[in-house]
Every structure is written in C-alpha cells, then in structure tokens.
Design a protein around this ligand. Structure first.
Ligand code: NAD
Length: 462
C-alpha cells in the first residue's frame, strides 16, 4: 500500500498541512515503510514463545511466555502526522495478530480519505476496518467493548478515552502531548545547537508532539541563540518565509486563532518573526525572548511555530522549573558536560530524554516511544509496538514423571516441619548463575556417564 501510493500520500499531506515533499517522505512515508520492513524482518522471532529463567523448584518443568493478541484493537489517530501516527500502531496491532478498527482524525481530511480509500483495497476487510468521524462518532465508538485502545492526541481527550476504557477494563496506550522543554548551557556549539533546535521546532510548523516547546538558558545564551537563529532562519526560509515552499501551514483556523491569541497575549519580547496571515493559515517562525514562567505562552502546549525563551540562572534553576510542571513527553538537553546531562537524566522525569539534538531519538526504532504522567501511558515503535499489542500469557508446563511428583509432594498434608523446611529450601532465592541450563548439564553428564559405562563394559568383555 505504501509503496504503490507514495505520491498519493505526499499529495494528501500537502493538501492537509502544505507539507513539503522532504518532510512528507522523511517524517511519514519512509518512516512507515522502514518500520514495517523492520517488523517483517523480525516478526518470526518476536512471535516465538520465550522461556524465562526458572528456580530450583521448577527444574523439571517448562516455563513459557506466549505472545497472544489481545483481540480487537481500536486505534485513534491525530491530525498532525495523520498517516504515521495512525498507521504505525495499526501495523503493530496487525503484526501482533489483532483485528483493528482504524479511526483517522477528521481534521486532516485528505489523509483520512487516503486511509478510507486504501485500507479496504490492501488489507483483509474482515480484520481491519476504517471508521471515519470526529468527537461524536468517536464517543459512540468508545461505548463499544474493545480488547485494546491506542489513542494519540491531546491530554484532555486522552482522559475521555481512558475513562471510557475503564468500563470494560480495556488496556490502553495513550500517546499524549505537553510542553517539552529544552535546556542549553554555555558549553555547546551554538550554531549547531541553533540548527538542531530550529529544525525540530519548525518542521510541520511546530505542530509536532515532540517539538521543543520552550527554551531554558541564561540571558547570555539567549542573546547568542537569537543572533544565530536570525541568520539560520534567513538562510533556510529566505527574506519572506511565507514564500518558502518548506514551511507548513496551521491545520485550521481554530488552531490558528489559538496561536494568534497566545502570541498577542505574551509579555515576552518578539525577537524574531511575529507576523501571521490568517487567510493563508501562515505563522512566521517566531522566537519570543525574556518570557517568564507565568506568561500566557507558558500555560499550554504551543503546538505551532512559536518558540519562547525563559531565562534561568543555571541548570539547577532549569530543573526546578521543569519539575514544577507536568512530566513532559521529551526533555532536550544541550550540553557538552556529562555531569549536566546526568543531572537532568537523574533529577527529572519525562517520556524520553535526548541530548544535543531534537526529534532524532524518535527515529531509533529500538527506543520505545511514549510519555509519562500527563504526557501519556505506554510506549511503541519497533518491537515495543508488537509488545504493546501483545498479551504476555504465562504458562507452567509440568508432567507426571515420578521424580517431579516426589520432589513436590512435600506440599501435601499432613503438613510437617520437615517438609516445610525442604520446600522453603527448594524455593529460596539464591544469588548465582541461572538454572536455565541445569537440565542440559544433567542430561550431558548422564549421557557422558552412560557412554563411559558402555565403553568400560565393552573393554571388560574383551
Ligand atoms: P485531534 O483533534 O486530531 O484529536 C485526536 C483524536 O481524538 C481524533 O481522532 C479525534 O477525532 C478524537 N477526538 C477529538 N475529540 C474527541 C472527543 N471529545 N471524544 C472522543 N474523541 C475525540 O488531535 P489533537 O488532540 O488536536 O492532537 C494534538 C495533540 O496530540 C497535541 O497535544 C500533541 O502533543 C498530541 N500528540 C501526541 C503525540 C504522541 O505521539 N504522543 C503525537 C501527536 C500528537
């Protein structure tokens, strides 16, 4: 489906968000294809039951974990990466063996149409169906019983989804948002830092759940950053950024109005940009300096091309600032100092943490991606997607061999002190090498003993 329809996907993304081909391919089309290829390469291995370590008491038993699908999964997507955020979890759900109901966001109209048209053409119609609709239809859907719900979107709706799921105790993954901070210290290469920061902020016009939301740094770094950013933005988007083919548009007028309001209400100083055009749903890449923690712009996730800078004295003040707020989806730390990196890793909580870059951690398929606290529950990507949609079914397999029965028969009444001692000794946790290979060792020793016996017997006979 992806390979046959790459251009249709690029066109749909352009229609919904005026996405450039580069961002459409890198952040959605190729991302989907690569994730799927990775899944196909590894699926045979992922589905295999695993045999975890076991203790002395189960030495003669088999201990297994089976990978069961949950059953029917509901996947609800968001509009900002309307294909990737919807179809990536759908692929994980199918890989794990689930049937899926796919609910695209109604706000990204062209991409929703792509999914409605293509999924029935390429996928098993008995196992995967698409249901279109907005809040009303989704609320109806949520009244039904599902075996798993995977939701991507804002935190408020996430709470509605979570509440609906409690009715049937349905397990959920909630991929939510929040304000992802960036800390920059004076040990960095400021030009490289500015480029990595601005790229992460302004792809998709800032409508990225892991976009840097605001910067914490000293006033000196703020001045340097603004100077470099001015040059870099001119280099990237020209004198008139509205004419650049590389900048996306705001998804609709409601979101445009929201951004206009917070920008106008901010008491910070617009250091770069600040222009907007409602007719074109265009907002210029904007940096607001000298913002305080109580500014309007610091209340909710910005989700647009506006970057506030909040001056702080040092890393400790930045950590305090971060810890006074909800746990972010990601925390970005720009510093060459290992001590500073460790300080943020140890003293803050966030879904992910990324050092000296933005966004790129999202492309590492072996890193599970998800939030913590207000930024979400659960994680996916790569094998984590398969695991998310898989129930790990534990199994103990015993047999009727006399020795096994003898070993465990001390559990039966009448209870005696002697039996209690023997069983607790068998069950006691011991520090040491795993007993996983003990049966093989015993079998090997037995085999070797037997061979030697036969060899010796033959010799005696001769
Ligand atoms: P959205 O408006 O597209 O809503 C998400 C989904 O929820 C849609 O399918 C929509 O139909 C449904 N929905 C909306 N209102 C509903 C209601 N009242 N009841 C039931 N369903 C409802 O997307 P959004 O919420 O504007 O998305 C933006 C937010 O999503 C941002 O906060 C962003 O950070 C977050 N986000 C998170 C991730 C992530 O992976 N963690 C990715 C993208 C976006």
């Amino acid at each position: 489906m992806y390979e046959d329809n790459q251009q249709a996907m690029i066109d749909a993304l352009h229609q919904d968000l005026r996405r450039s081909k580069m961002e459409a391919v890198l952040l959605e089309v190729d991302y989907l294809i690569n994730d799927l290829k990775n899944t196909l390469h590894h699926l045979d291995e992922w589905v295999q039951p695993t045999h975890p370590a076991k203790g002395m008491v189960n030495i003669l038993d088999e201990v297994v974990i089976y990978n069961d699908p949950y059953g029917l999964a509901l996947v609800i997507g968001a509009w900002n990466y309307p294909l990737q955020l919807l179809l990536l979890p759908v692929a994980g759900a199918i890989a794990a063996g689930n049937a899926v109901i796919v609910k695209p966001s109604e706000l990204s109209v062209a991409c929703a149409k792509f999914v409605v048209d293509m999924v029935p053409k390429y996928l098993d119609n008995d196992a995967v169906i698409v249901i279109e609709g907005g809040p009303e239809e989704t609320s109806q859907l949520l009244k039904e019983k599902f075996d798993y719900i995977f939701y991507t979107g804002g935190t408020n709706v996430g709470k509605i989804v979570y509440e609906a799921a409690t009715k049937y105790l349905t397990p959920v993954t909630l991929e939510l948002g929040g304000k992802s901070p960036v800390y920059i210290d004076n040990t960095v290469d400021i030009v490289v830092t500015a480029k990595r920061l601005l790229w992460g902020k302004f792809i998709n016009a800032g409508q990225t759940c892991i976009a840097p939301d605001y910067v914490l740094c000293t006033k000196e770094i703020q001045d340097q950053l603004v100077d470099v950013a001015r040059k870099v933005l001119k280099e990237w988007y020209g004198e008139d950024p509205q004419k650049s083919p590389d900048l996306c548009r705001i998804v609709n007028l409601r979101h445009f109005g929201r951004l206009e309001t917070i920008l106008d209400a901010s008491k910070g100083k617009v250091a770069i940009g600040g222009n907007y055009d409602a007719q074109d749903k265009f907002i210029e890449p904007t940096i607001v300096a000298n913002v305080t923690g109580t500014d309007k712009i610091m209340e909710d996730e910005i989700f647009g091309p506006i970057l506030p800078i909040v001056p702080v004295a040092n890393a400790y003040e930045a950590i305090k600032f971060i810890n006074q707020r909800e746990h972010p989806l990601v925390l970005y730390v720009f510093s060459n100092e290992n001590n500073i990196q460790s300080l943020f890793t140890e003293q803050t909580r966030s879904g992910s943490i990324c050092m000296n870059d933005t966004i790129m951690f999202y492309g590492v398929e072996t890193l599970p991606f998800g939030g913590v606290g207000n930024s979400g529950i659960g994680a996916y990507h790569g094998k984590a997607s398969f695991d998310t949609f898989t129930h790990k079914k534990s199994c103990l397999k015993r047999n009727f061999a006399a020795i096994g029965e003898k070993l465990a028969s001390g559990r039966y009444p009448p209870y005696t002190e002697g039996n209690l001692k023997m069983i607790t000794a068998l069950m006691r946790k011991r520090h040491g090498p795993s007993l996983k290979f003990l049966p093989y060792l015993l079998a090997f020793a037995l085999g070797a003993g037997l061979s030697y016996g036969i060899f010796a017997w033959n010799k005696v006979k001769k």
